[in-house]
Unconditional design. Sequence first.
Length: 486
Amino acid sequence: MGKTVKLFGFASVQSPAAVKKFVEGHTGEGTVCDVVEVGRFEGTRAHAIVEFATIEAAEHIKFLAAAADGLWFKKSCLKAWNMEPSSRTCHSQHKIDNVKLSVGCQISEEIFSVLWSQENVSVKFGTDLRNFNFFLTYNSVEYKLELYGAPRIYENEGRDVVPKILKEFFYYEESEEEFILERGSSFSCNSDRVPIINPPQDIVLPFKILFKINLLVHHGCLPGPLVDDWFFRFVDPSRLNIACIEHALEKLFHLRECCYDPLNWLSEQYIKYSKSRRTRTLPELLPIALEDGLVYVRKILITPTRMYFYGPEASLSNRVLRSYPDDIDNFLRVSFVDEDGQKLYATALSPRTSSSTDEEKRTGIYRRILSILRNGIDIGGKKFETLAFSNSQLKENSLWMFASRPGLTAVDIRARMGDFSDMKNVARYAARLGQSFGSSKEALHVNGSEVDEIPGIETERGGIKYTFSDGIGKISADLAHIVARK
């Protein structure tokens, strides 16, 4: 006997709300604590795991399923049996209903800038799983939001639920300071590319400065609402030494706490930098020298709702990067990941419920990925477009993008990799391009005058020309020994 029951036999996966309404129609309103899971395994009917408030309610639904008339959901006869409580079904140790959820940015020690809020939200959490889940309905769609990272809990006067909860947490800090919520406004330039920040039109920043500012916002070093017109004037190279700006932004990235007063902090750093340069006590801000075969590249992680900037980071080079050493800043490595940074699986591209139209057969995540691949990413005037990907990147949901400049575009780079115009198979075409992007080190540079072109082994059958020696070459014994030693 237990409070958790698995219902099996649904013709299709049902929403938790539909399952709860159906079950409480038999056991009474308020008897269902939670619909922990809904889903289906391949080749089987759908199921739902229901957690009841009492053992009596759980036994009653099992009795109905075992009766001669059966337990019917529409045209499906359901089976029911107990499930052992597990960490997955016991996560709702605490539940608070009718909560107002505010989403935004903290802009000072006492003030939180609210960008969006929602009433009638339920909060569930358990100390075993160490996460907070928010359940809400928005535009007639049910959502479950999982909080990533340690939360701050604020107590309303007259409610004694918070002290009871805190007793189950080993590590927490209690503060008596008042917290203020203020209505804020969006600071991102595009809702589809959240959160990319661009300067006002009268200020032009170098790409590396703008990329660094966005990186600071994405990693919580700098609140987005504080990156306003005044801030951009403080990092404008037309007004200040660019080396001084880069030095200050790099120090800002390594601060232990978020900077809530960036203008004063930058002013102090600029003064220190100027004094240090006059007394020659501050070394030049130079990148760390890399070993042969390594290059600095910038990277973006794209989640279903956000973007995170990284780098420049040391990365193993490839043949394409070595061919364009002066355009390294125009190359960008992009990875599609889940919200927690883990791999995004193919199951996220299609809905788990059956759909009738082609539009409903794809999820918003699928459309987001497709939009970025087609339209690219615009950062400070640089338009990064899809270039290609290696076989290893394909397994990691990653690819290379390139920002075109006069005289060189992504199309030009692909054209210089080889003539693949006769190749109609998309997978084979991508694999051929990917050969040039495989991580590698250059063992030895060979001049064109040292290369002899030899005829390939070709044949023609049925009007189709075949080349059997494609990609095959010979090297001298002396060169082979040099490569082996490398």
